[in-house]
Design a protein. Structure first.
Length: 591
């Protein structure tokens, strides 16, 4: 995994970040060039207006003809109308183009997140990923919809104003620029401080979002253990850190803006003082002094905007760094360059001397070998941490093994198409995840190939229709996040219907009936028997009574298969399985 984190991003990474951000503009270069042309025209209008009025003042003073005023007013009005039209056009084009680019980045980022391996999500907080897809992507919007073009406009405007002043009177122009070095020094200082505050703000925002995501999801546990006060204190600390970061950001702007304004006023006073003597000495005209006065006021505005735009650009780059760190993350489980696509997955599973560790060091499976034939029902039992669930994760290739081989229908699992492999496996887990939507959408998971009739047939097959048809809207009944309005048993029945609707060749059940009461479990046993017919079935269960019918039971202990056989065979061996069985029987009798 990439070692860069929110707090340790190297500034040298920015060069490639900016180039990557600019690469998203390629499909929209026509719009950007048109916007630049409109910006050039608008800048020209801005430079022309003071000159137009200054020339009119000199002509009126020399000739005393009021027609000059009327003519100037007409020209000024035309310039204002054109400025309005050009400004609206370029603003609309920029906003539209910026939003299209942001949409493309958001889509690309989410698609990439979906492609990452399970290990990445084991280590990365959900709130952090949510911040990247929402806040950080949105932080790029201002860059595409304004900053880059405004940077160009302000640079052109500064150069144009300087050129006009130098042409009109180079000596007065040099006097006007006397405070410019101080302005540049303040701008550089502001950029450095602003960059640090922006980075701090993004990091604090990510931290707060991660905290909220985790604690709102676990609110029930917080309330059960009465930890509301302690969690509020943690939230308050993180929220206060974000407040302080925003405060520092605001303080930087609050100091910089007045300083630049003060320097612009001082520069204007210097120009008016020096220019007045020139006018009295007839060295320059009143119109020229007016142009200088207007240009001085206009000269410092783009410098101030440049500094602020550079800071906003720094914020966008800080967000982009975090986004590209995720987009540069490589999937640990990679698709083969030329994956094998079988006509149909029959369900023969073979583990050959498999060694597996989540962290590449501490092995949870050690030299595991077994064969499961198509249609066979196999159960894995053992103490917690023995490696049972890890075997299920490896069959779906959510993780890759370090040593050995896993074969599906005689083909190495690493050569198979991941899409075909996972679509052939129906997983029923203890912790069922229900999405916001409707009952029907949760069964079909937005697969358009599954018809409403097939959804209903699957629900009836696993007896989920018993509670679904009692709902006011039945299959169109809205479902809240995580299915909070359903009981654990009802959520489990929905997962059974979901699995059946997708017609898998291999069934994987990880404590699938653990949260179902005895009555409900009896209802689905017959349906499960039908569901298992013709399908390879792999079960993990702590309640040994639920897997006694299995064709083969494999007993796991410390990452190895210690015993295997049928229920009766294992009892006859008098080993680990018999001890587990007797402990469970004793516990049930005591209860």
């Amino acid at each position: 995994m990439n070692s860069l984190t929110d707090d340790t991003i190297e500034y040298g990474y920015k060069g490639s970040v900016l180039l990557r951000l600019l690469s998203y503009m390629k499909p929209h270069l026509g719009c950007f060039f048109l916007c630049l042309a409109l910006i050039l025209a608008l800048t020209g209008f801005d430079l022309y207006r003071p000159v137009l009025i200054g020339d009119a003042i000199d002509l009126f003073k020399a000739e005393g003809n009021y027609d000059v005023i009327a003519e100037t007013a007409v020209k000024y009005g035309i310039v204002l109308i054109l400025s309005f039209v050009f400004n609206v056009t370029q603003a609309w084009l920029l906003q539209k183009t910026g939003q299209q680019i942001i949409l493309a980045i958001r889509r690309e980022l989410y698609i990439h997140i979906q492609s990452l391996s399970s290990r990445y999500f084991d280590l990365t907080p959900v709130g952090k990923l949510v911040t990247r897809v929402t806040n950080d992507v949105e932080a790029l919007n201002e860059m595409y919809s304004g900053i880059l073009v405004k940077l160009f406009r302000n640079i052109v405007k500064i150069a144009g104003l300087a050129a006009i002043m130098l042409i009109l009177d180079w000596r007065l122009a040099l006097i006007s620029f006397v405070l410019l070095p101080l302005v540049m020094a303040l701008t550089v200082l502001f950029r450095r401080i602003a960059r640090q505050t922006y980075r701090l703000t993004r990091t604090c925002l990510t931290d707060l979002n991660t905290f909220l995501s985790e604690n709102i999801s676990g609110m029930r546990i917080i309330q059960i253990f009465g930890r509301e006060k302690r969690k509020f204190e943690e939230f308050d600390q993180k929220s206060h850190r974000l407040y302080q970061a925003f405060y520092k950001e605001m303080l930087v702007f609050a100091v910089f803006r007045p300083l630049i304004y003060l320097l612009s006023v001082l520069s204007l006073m210097i120009v008016l003082g020096a220019g007045s003597r020139e006018v009295l000495g007839s060295a320059i005209s009143i119109g020229t002094l007016y142009i200088f006065a207007q240009n001085i006021q206009s000269f410092f505005d783009p410098i101030q905007e440049l500094a602020e735009q550079f800071s906003t650009l720094q914020s966008a780059l800080a967000s982009a760094e975090k986004i590209f760190i995720i987009m540069d993350e490589k999937a640990a489980v990679k698709e083969d360059e030329d994956p094998v696509v079988l006509p149909k997955i029959r369900g023969r599973i073979e583990f050959s001397h498999v060694w597996f560790a989540y962290d590449n060091e501490n092995y949870v499976l050690r030299d595991v070998s077994f064969v499961i034939e198509p249609g066979q029902k196999v159960a894995f039992v053992g103490a917690t941490g023995a490696g049972k669930s890890s075997i299920l994760n490896l069959i779906g290739r959510y993780y890759d093994i370090q040593k050995g081989n896993i074969y599906i229908d005689g083909v190495d699992i690493r050569r198979l198409s991941k899409k075909q492999l996972r679509s052939a496996i129906g997983q029923m887990q203890q912790d069922v995840f229900i999405f916001e939507g409707t009952v029907e959408s949760n069964i079909r998971l937005y697969d358009r190939d599954i018809s409403p009739e097939e959804v209903r047939a699957a629900a009836e097959y696993v007896n989920a229709s018993h509670f679904i048809e009692k709902l006011p809207l039945q299959y169109a009944e809205p479902v809240s996040e995580r299915g909070a309005t359903f009981s654990a048993g009802e959520r489990q029945l929905l997962s059974f219907a979901r699995t059946l609707a997708h017609k898998p060749s291999i069934l994987v059940m990880d404590e699938a009936t653990a949260n179902i009461d005895t009555e409900t479990e009896l209802l689905i046993q017959e349906a499960l028997g039908k569901l298992m017919e013709g399908r390879t079935t792999i079960m993990v269960a702590h309640r040994l009574s639920t897997i006694q019918h299995a064709d083969c039971i494999m007993v796991m202990h410390k990452g190895r298969i210690r015993e295997q056989g049928t229920h009766q065979e294992l009892l006859a061996q008098g080993g680990i399985y018999k001890k587990l069985y007797e402990l469970q029987i004793h516990h049930e009798v005591s209860a």
